[in-house]
Design a protein around this ligand. Structure first.
Ligand code: ATP
Length: 264
């Protein structure tokens, strides 16, 4: 499989704060990769850089063999990059269906409004929201808004989908449903980069995990190895606690309890 995305030495600072420091990694076509890290590690900034929401101060992003570092969000969408936002914000004055149509139009995929609506209904069907299509988006519950966010991004027909905490605030049963949905999206051939604090989700979906800490990529690789990496344990638990756990031979990683939501 070929490389879909190549991020090289991506750098961003906000004033004196380094939000990402020379971050480099690649995604292969068809992978599901988890992006984890304590609060403020730079995960959302990284997704914002890849999708043109913020401009990089240094480094490059190559997507499908093309340098897309300076592209704007709508150009990113048209090139096959879609993302969800951590805070779900549907267009409040529109129906659920119209929100999904807006996704298709933003990415330039609708030949006509009628075609956009037919496609939007298919996406709503796929995420299990077809019965809510004519309701105002604001009438949806949180889990349904998350599904709407997914339908909107699928309407952009992405090759790469960047999911920013799509499971935050969901209960256990809703998370299981969301997991099934993400697997179904991946089965359609969409590559997924998943920002996630819920270790149950990260560990059961990811083929690889990337770990950010204070803007730096401190580890990447196969999930079981990464969560036992000493730098990762320390980033989450602090050096003293990690040393104590290691001395007692305890698995002090965030995945010791895979249902845990990991922040710090
Ligand atoms: N637009 C901005 N202006 C100033 N500082 C920012 C901006 N966006 C992010 N930051 C800062 O950059 C750092 C990284 O933030 P970011 O939101 O990328 O982290 P994160 O890993 O996504 O965190 P969380 O898990 O809490 O969402 C934080 O210190 C944050 O306060």
């Amino acid at each position: 499989m070929g490389k879909l995305l190549e991020v090289q030495a991506l750098d961003k600072h906000f004033g004196g704060l380094h939000a990402t420091r020379e971050v480099s990694f690649a995604l292969e076509e068809g992978e599901i990769v988890g992006l984890i890290g304590p609060n403020g590690a730079g995960k959302t900034t990284l997704v914002n850089l890849i999708t043109g929401v913020v401009r990089a101060d240094g480094g490059s992003v190559v997507f499908r063999g093309r340098d897309v570092t300076a592209q704007r969000p709508w150009q990113a969408a048209r090139s096959g990059l879609a993302r969800t936002f951590q805070i779900v914000q549907p267009f409040p004055q529109m129906t659920v269906l119209e929100n999904v149509c807006a996704g298709a139009l933003f990415a330039g995929h609708a030949a006509s409004l009628a075609q956009a609506e037919r496609d939007a209904m298919d996406h709503l069907e796929f995420v299990g929201l077809a019965h809510e299509a004519r309701r105002p988006a604001t009438a949806l519950t949180l889990p349904s808004r998350k599904r709407l966010e997914l339908a909107k991004s699928l309407a952009m027909r992405p090759r790469l989908l960047l999911l920013d905490e799509v499971n935050a605030g969901l209960n256990s049963a809703e998370i299981d449903q969301a997991l099934a949905l993400m697997r179904a999206i991946a089965a359609r051939g969409v590559t997924i980069l998943l920002i996630e604090h819920l270790m149950k989700v990260v560990m059961s979906l990811s083929q690889r995990i990337l770990v950010l800490h204070q803007g730096e990529l401190i580890a990447q690789g196969e999930p079981q190895a990464v969560i036992r990496d000493a730098r990762v344990v320390e980033a989450y638990l602090g050096s003293k606690f990690a040393a104590r756990q290691a001395a007692h031979g305890v698995a002090a990683t965030p995945a010791a309890d895979t249902t845990t939501e990991v922040h710090r």
